[in-house]
Design a binder for this molecule. Structure first.
Ligand SMILES: [Zn+2]
Length: 299
């Protein structure tokens, strides 16, 4: 069986919300593997404490390190520390024949966080890219910004599903933004619940593509769906601090080799070594020493 991975970040959905709202696709994925609460923000009060901010969270997943190492503390004016290899760089270094993909509503994920093409970030490491829609003002120009982002997320999810079906990249990242926009606009609300139901439908496109490949090809797909932070207790509009609700996230996966660590609140930084184990990537010793996480999947 050829191991493959797709991980999805659905932005800013607290664990209590994902657990309360009906999400039939996530339930299907979890039935194949598992669902567990997880956390972001690093160890509170330590050097590694990390703001519960979006780009900080993505970078924690991408590098398997907390913010004191990867250097991303906010969403703008970023200078990531590329000394901590991202998961795409690790994959390409371990096996240049592996194919990689990014389908994303935020172009900075590629150009800034991953530093795609930059020599100091490991050069070119993405084979298939779908992004840039949010910068194209000719797309859905008459819609309010959050509704634009919703349509763009739908284009991203559609493109991801087609690419997974047709190209079947070995390692892929899907990033969807809309749920966080609704959280900021409405907080805990019927609108937020509807956005979570909607994002489940976007994940369904990707899950169906994975299932169709698994039926026709000798492939063993690891699907991970997660979020980058929770939201504040009082209103559900904000995030960035270290309260329990802001720090508490969740992971849904179809993996059938989950270790007990998966069920004892893993951290976002544990996803990187878990992906590496599924793809059976060799991790150079210098990279391994920098990692803050450990795998929740048996190799
Ligand atoms: Zn976020």
């Amino acid at each position: 069986m050829i191991p493959k991975v797709v991980f999805v970040i659905a932005d800013g959905i607290p664990a209590d919300v994902i657990e309360r709202v009906a999400t039939p696709t996530l339930d299907q994925i979890a039935a194949a593997g598992g669902y567990g609460r997880a956390y972001v923000g690093g160890p509170v009060g330590s050097q590694a404490e990390s703001p519960t901010v979006s780009a900080t969270g993505y970078m924690g997943l991408l590098t398997g390190t907390w913010a004191n190492k990867h250097g991303v503390m906010e969403n703008y004016d970023l200078s990531p520390n590329y000394a901590y290899w991202d998961i795409f760089r690790l994959a390409k270094n371990a096996n240049p024949a592996l194919t990689t993909a990014l389908y994303s509503t935020w172009t900075d994920n590629r150009t800034v966080l991953l530093g795609e093409g930059l020599e100091e970030a490991g050069g070119h490491k993405l084979d298939y890219v779908v992004d840039g829609f949010e910068k194209d003002k000719s797309l859905f120009p008459d819609l309010p910004e959050s509704e634009r982002i919703k349509r763009i997320d739908e284009k991203v999810a559609d493109a991801a599903a087609i690419s997974i079906r047709e190209q079947g990249p070995d390692l892929a990242w899907v990033y969807l933004q809309y749920t966080d926009d609704v959280g900021h606009d409405f907080g805990d609300s019927a609108e937020m619940d509807a956005a979570v139901e909607w994002v489940d439908e976007q994940v369904a496109k990707i899950w169906n593509a994975v299932e169709s490949r698994q039926q026709s090809a000798r492939e063993d797909w690891l699907v991970i769906v997660t979020t980058d932070h929770g939201r504040d207790e009082a209103t559900g509009r904000d995030h960035g601090g270290q309260t329990e609700r802001e720090r508490t996230t969740w992971i849904v996966t179809n993996n059938q080799r989950l270790q007990p660590a998966f069920y004892t609140k893993p951290a976002i930084v544990d996803i990187y070594p878990s992906i590496a184990d599924h793809l059976q990537l060799d991790i150079p010793e210098t990279v391994r020493q920098g990692l803050d996480g450990s795998s929740f999947i048996a190799r």
